[in-house]
Design a binder for this molecule. Structure first.
Ligand code: HEM
Length: 192
């Protein structure tokens, strides 16, 4: 049980987050080594586009659009936001001049982590409650008694479902702060 918990949930989470940090450091190091620091300045653009693109999943989920397989779109959402965040993190680099884009980056970090925790914890809890139900049913316990036995776990599972309530507001904070940063840069560049 402990091994499977570690291997199935904690390890992937640690690896995915660790990989994001390692890839950010490696990307930043390479850009500096190859004298391509300017590329990092523009990586904010594809990173932002990738994150916006991955929101197609949210549109599909809320039925604003009807085309596309939700499961595939969810995978694309997870991949797109992870990869887009990597680009934005390399873009942010280790330059500290302005507070607004750093606040946006912080919100993005909470967003990515809440998404990953939500995905992994939810899966784990769902499996746990399902396993408990099956265990009781196999022992011939009545339906009402099964529901009573898993009551607190089901309540916990419900609480886990609340993660979305963090994921979405923090996304809005992230979007507003990013927009402020992007508009000010575009004004500065004379693009708008
Ligand atoms: C269209 C997308 C974007 C463009 C064109 C863009 C452009 C820029 C530029 C030109 C700078 C350099 C500013 C300077 O040298 O002082 C910069 C810095 C930065 N950007 Fe972006 N950016 C974009 C998206 C984002 C997003 C989405 C985030 C975070 C969520 C972000 C976070 C940062 C950070 C942390 C810095 C470093 C700020 C500092 O020097 O203190 N950027 N960006």
């Amino acid at each position: 049980m402990t091994t499977s918990l570690w291997r199935q949930h904690i390890l992937p989470f640690t690896l995915l987050l660790g990989l994001l940090a390692a890839a950010t450091l490696a990307g930043d190091y390479l850009l500096h080594r190859l004298n391509l620091v300017w590329v990092g300045r523009y990586l904010g653009i594809p990173g932002t586009i990738l994150i916006i693109g991955s929101l197609v999943y949210s549109l599909r989920k809320r039925k604003y659009i009807t085309a596309g397989n939700p499961k595939t779109l969810l995978t694309l959402h997870e991949f797109g936001t992870w990869f887009g965040s990597l680009m934005v993190l390399i873009h942010a680099g280790i330059h500290f001049n302005a507070i607004l884009p750093w606040l946006a980056t912080l919100a993005m970090g909470v967003n990515v982590i809440s998404g990953m925790v939500g995905k992994l914890l939810l899966k784990r809890s769902r499996l746990h409650v399902q396993g408990q139900r099956e265990h009781f049913q196999l022992r011939g316990v009545s339906r009402a008694e099964v529901e009573q036995a898993v009551f607190w776990d089901a309540v916990t599972l419900d609480a886990m479902n609340q993660w979305r309530k963090v994921h979405i507001p923090i996304f809005i904070v992230f979007a507003v702060l990013s927009l402020g940063h992007i508009v000010s840069i575009f004004l500065f560049w004379g693009w708008i």
